[in-house]
Design a protein. Structure first.
Length: 240
């Protein structure tokens, strides 16, 4: 009951907490709740899909419980057990790469999936795709995000595909992504992409709608300028 009251209060003041965009699907629509940084959740007809929940950008005691939680990798701003616990139900499914095992030992119903895996759900499909660095390194020979370790996800919801890139650069595998309606691309240094890299990735993927996210102090207007005339709807939200 307390959580329902808190959720009602959150919904009544949602514009103060997060941006919300409605995306049309073949037969219906879903709502994107953009909490900040690399964190968001999707509400499709009452099915709640949380992406990289992080306590720094949301009060998870008052956010809707998760039917699915997708974790892209094990860095603390993406794998946060303190954000996961308050949104768990008995049947919540957690999907993560195996590098997250140590951080998820206290949770049941965890599916550890790797690049190339697929998961069919009642609302559509989850395809696991690569997310890694080619250029930016922690130190010589050691990328911030090594190949094969982290996950990106393509969610197909009632025929509409949403690409959650995770922490990645404009990698060659993006050429394999087809018919993406909505894309979330990271754009912060030194960990992911420059605006030029993100623009190159967007031109490769050709989404109808692009959200730069996880962008820190990067000037998002540079990306908008680089994609001028591309017919990509670049939507800037508070996703630092």
């Amino acid at each position: 009951m307390i959580k329902k009251i808190l959720l009602f209060v959150l919904l009544m003041t949602a514009t103060l907490v997060s941006a919300q965009d409605i995306i049309k699907t073949k037969n219906s629509s879903f709502t994107l709740h953009l909490l900040g940084h690399g964190t968001l959740y999707i509400d499709y007809q009452g099915t709640i899909i949380h992406i990289d929940p992080w306590t720094k950008v949301g009060n998870y005691e008052s956010l809707p419980d998760a039917d699915y939680i997708l974790i892209t990798h094990d860095h603390g701003d993406h794998l946060d057990a303190g954000a996961i616990s308050p949104i768990l139900k008995d049947n919540t499914v957690i999907i993560a790469p195996s590098v997250c095992k140590d951080g998820l030992t206290s949770f049941k119903d965890v599916q550890f999936l790797t690049n190339g895996d697929k998961n069919k759900t009642p609302w559509g499909n989850i395809d696991v795709v690569p997310a890694y660095n080619l250029v930016h390194m922690r130190e010589p020979g050691k990328p911030w995000h090594p190949k094969g370790v982290g996950n990106g996800y393509v969610l197909t919801i009632d025929g509409t595909s949403v690409y959650i890139a995770g922490d990645t650069e404009n990698i060659p595998e993006m050429k394999n992504l087809k018919n993406i309606e909505v894309a979330f691309l990271p754009m912060n240094l030194p960990y992911t992409m420059t605006p030029e890299m993100a623009a190159d990735a967007a031109k490769t993927i050709q989404p109808k709608i692009l959200y730069p996210y996880h962008f820190g102090n990067t000037d998002t207007s540079k990306l908008t300028e680089l994609l001028k005339g591309s017919n990509i709807d670049v939507r800037i939200r508070d996703m630092k």
